[in-house]
Design a protein around this ligand. Sequence first.
Ligand code: M6R
Length: 615
Amino acid sequence: MCGIVGYLGNQDAFPILIKGLKRLEYRGYDSAGVAVLSENGQLEYHRRKGKVDDLLQHMEGKVPDGNMGIGHTRWATHGPPNDVNAHPHLSGDGELALIHNGIIENYHALKETLVARGHTFYSDTDTEVLVHLIEEIMKSSEGLDLFEATRVALNEVVGAYAIAVVDTRRPHELVLARKSSPLVIGIGDGEFYIASDAKPIIEYTKNVVYLDDEEVARVSLSSGLKIRTIANHKVTPVITELEMAMESIEKGGYEHFMLKEIHEQPRSIADCLRGRLRLGHETIRMAGIDDHEEMWAEAKRLIIVACGTSWHAGLIAEYMLEDFARIPVEVEYASEFRYRNPVIGKGDILIAISQSGETADTLAAIRMAKEKGAHVFGICNVVGSSISRESHSGAYTHAGPEIGVASTKAFTAQLAVLALVAMRVGRLRGALDQLRFNRLLVELDAIPEKVEALMKSESKIEALAELYKDRPNALFLGRGYNFPVALEGALKLKEISYIHAEGYPAAEMKHGPIALIDENMPVFVVATKDAHYDKVVSNIQEVKARGGQVIAIVTRGDTEVATMAEHVIEVHNSDDAFVPMLSTIPLQLLSYHIAVKLERNVDQPRNLAKSVTVE
Ligand code: M6R
């Protein structure tokens, strides 16, 4: 949600912090701030409501001087976005400055205690309480330095945090900590780069240390990196090498990251299949399953947990797994699952799907499943993310960094991985015969090329966007494998264009939503030639009979729907299970072009954040 950056070294900190904040702005963008510490311990800080550019504008002519600093881009939880609530927050004596991503759940009780001890607060944030708490501990326990006081303070904190703190009395030292919110430390040559994820770090160094939960770190120019747990156990830092390429975090000539990411899908799906789909060998190789064959063969049940678009991928996976592997599957919103008392335990496999690998509810769901004895298989895009590290086994989607808030290439890569899982498990359990398996391999292998061909429809889709951009509502319908595609189409449209949209199973329409249909309602129907085709055609007739305007996604060469629909967009044919990887693309392009025409901020839509690390 919020983004954190930090720098300690010999270079000017400010430009590095600002560049880092811009790379992290996709995480949260309602306010931004920086604090820079000069060699003689002079702290200069600036905070501003709005984007990083608003902060820069506000700071014109006031570039702070110093080789150490911290920066923050905020997604508001406690208190509205304004200059006062923006980070960094300062201790009462002004000696400490702190930035925070997460939520301090017991901030109210802590605040009351601190107020009773004479502390005054200026913001509505939970974060300000934490910096005062560290200050109070430093004052009341003579001799505790920033690192120790932070460690002690965090023992009193309930909630989630990734923090960076500076102390004007120690201008060569930065203190960091994390619990449930990510934090990465880049190790340079005599310098350190801190960030919520690797994107701001990659251009400086490939060597990083991922801080683990309940760890506190001190980075110092004289003594390097030291880590302890908040319970005061020594931790030996493990350096990991980043694999990310710089081009993957640039727009590469596209107007928006979202458009770039839509166009990357032929490549990202191919990358996801590479080395796993082994056409010549008539097999699928996936380490996360190969290493646990018996467990998958004997699993009683699969439970899929995810949020948002990843949950839609989970719904499609349910159909695939039931079809190919004949195993009972449940798909749950992570946020609902974790607050029930679900029946889950040994013999169950929980599949967690998450692009970021940091979604708080999904992370909490896997922890709960682990406690209850289930095996957790994580499907993540971000390498080294919390969910990928906390899962027992798993598979990366290899889609590359996804920076647009609206998920596009991560979704189709999730579908590709889930198709591989379903087929592999289907063979393991003897539910999928070799002949059908081989046919599926061929179909899956052909998907990247078919996605590429779809990009040719973009100008037609852009013209449709012009026609429908001013409609206040839209309905998306689909059946079978295309029902979650309808949900995903509606989510894409509403999140980036702010048009109200609903996705429905086409047959459910007559149980309520049909009342919404009139000549002003565009109805986007996914009507590809699959097992439900005839039924969907009947649903289209029902819409037409009530004056609705139908825009249909159809299989190439379809002539029947074309006679009923106002407009059709063609996709190639494939196995029903793989069609969502195709039928979703026109809907992504449609949402994108509508949002652009409405002059929305496509990559950073209002109120949203890419990585939802609060519950
Ligand atoms: O990183 P995750 O896949 O766990 O994120 C889940 C959702 O927050 C995410 O899919 C969200 O719904 C996107 N904005 C959809 O485009």
